[in-house]
Design a protein around this ligand. Structure first.
Ligand code: GDP
Length: 284
């Protein structure tokens, strides 16, 4: 019997030609993903489904201890998510405001997702990459660690709000815990927290500050593995397995999906957009 990843690869190949045709009619506003579909298959797979390269090492049959769930949406849903992230006159994507306290946060009616991580983990770069289809949106990318000292709110059309949380660790703001803790605990429309981990160094002691908050408030959260362009396939696999072991044994609220991304090659960015669109109820 064919291994599951072989079946998946073949299915994708068939899907590409079908989706290419439909895309030009249905999603004419999003040229970006149509271009991705023109790439050679191997390159396209690496860009869109970065974990697929490692999938043969991650199948449950060979790793019964591993509860990794690979997020595997259809190319059509990925294309739909890209249109949600594309700024148009009818789909405004804007920076809204910043806040240092929850009671200064904008009162917005949409579901919300937030991004949290150690300073220098690549958070601003990732948010910038997510918003690359809305080039007017200004996301500051620091040269020095620790510049994001406020919660920055961005609205994505009438779909959802995305919040860039202050970085923690080195030179984190003194009131980081007060600010972030209250937000995580009380923001009622918060649908998912994305906790960023650097793929080169893995989970650090300082990450416990965020993990403990998510666990304490029983928040639904997922881990995002940043800067994967810096790691070889072997290093990436090692990190994926280590993080998954940590998720399985040390956490309750962390979801078993892991999102490897690169803000340089854009690997994993389309998939993450799709996941965000999905959990905020925009692909139903
Ligand atoms: P933040 O402090 O978490 O917002 O981190 P930044 O987004 O400012 O990134 C910190 C440093 O890592 C910067 O020098 C970025 O250019 C670099 N960086 C961020 N993302 C990536 C990535 O995906 N790949 C590589 N190679 N470098 C990255």
């Amino acid at each position: 019997m064919a291994a599951p990843w072989v079946g998946r690869a073949t299915r994708r190949l068939l899907e590409v030609s079908a989706v290419r045709g439909r895309l030009s009619r249905v999603y004419s506003t999003s040229h970006a993903f149509a271009e991705v579909l023109q790439l050679p298959k191997k390159q396209m797979t690496k860009l869109v489904y970065p974990l697929q390269d490692l999938e043969q090492y991650l199948v449950p049959d060979t790793r019964p201890d591993l509860h990794l769930r690979i997020y595997d949406p259809s190319l059509e849903n990925i294309a739909r998510a890209d249109t949600i992230f594309t700024a148009t006159a009818r789909n405004r994507i804007d920076y809204v405001s910043s806040a240092v306290r929850l009671d200064h946060a904008p009162d917005l009616p949409w579901p919300e997702v937030c991004f949290i991580g150690r300073s220098n983990v690549g958070k601003s770069s990732l948010i910038k990459a997510l918003f690359s289809l809305a080039p007017e949106v200004e996301v500051r990318v620091s040269k020095k660690p620790g510049h994001t000292k406020k919660m920055n709110f961005f609205r994505v059309g009438k779909h959802f709000t995305l919040v860039d949380m202050p970085g923690y660790g080195y030179r984190s703001p003194k009131d980081f815990v007060d600010m972030v803790e209250v937000y995580l605990k009380e923001r009622t429309n918060l649908k998912r927290t994305f906790l960023l981990v650097d793929s080169v160094v893995g989970i650090q002691n300082t990450d416990n500050i965020a993990i403990e908050m998510c666990e304490e408030f029983a928040l639904p959260y997922v881990m995002v593995l940043t800067k994967i362009d810096k790691s070889s396939k072997g290093q990436l696999l090692k990190q994926v397995l280590q993080i998954q072991k940590f998720v399985n044994t040390q956490t309750q609220g962390c979801f078993p999906q892991l999102f490897p991304v690169s803000a340089v090659t854009y690997s994993g960015i389309h998939l993450l957009r799709c996941f965000i669109a999905n959990i905020t109820g925009n692909l139903d």
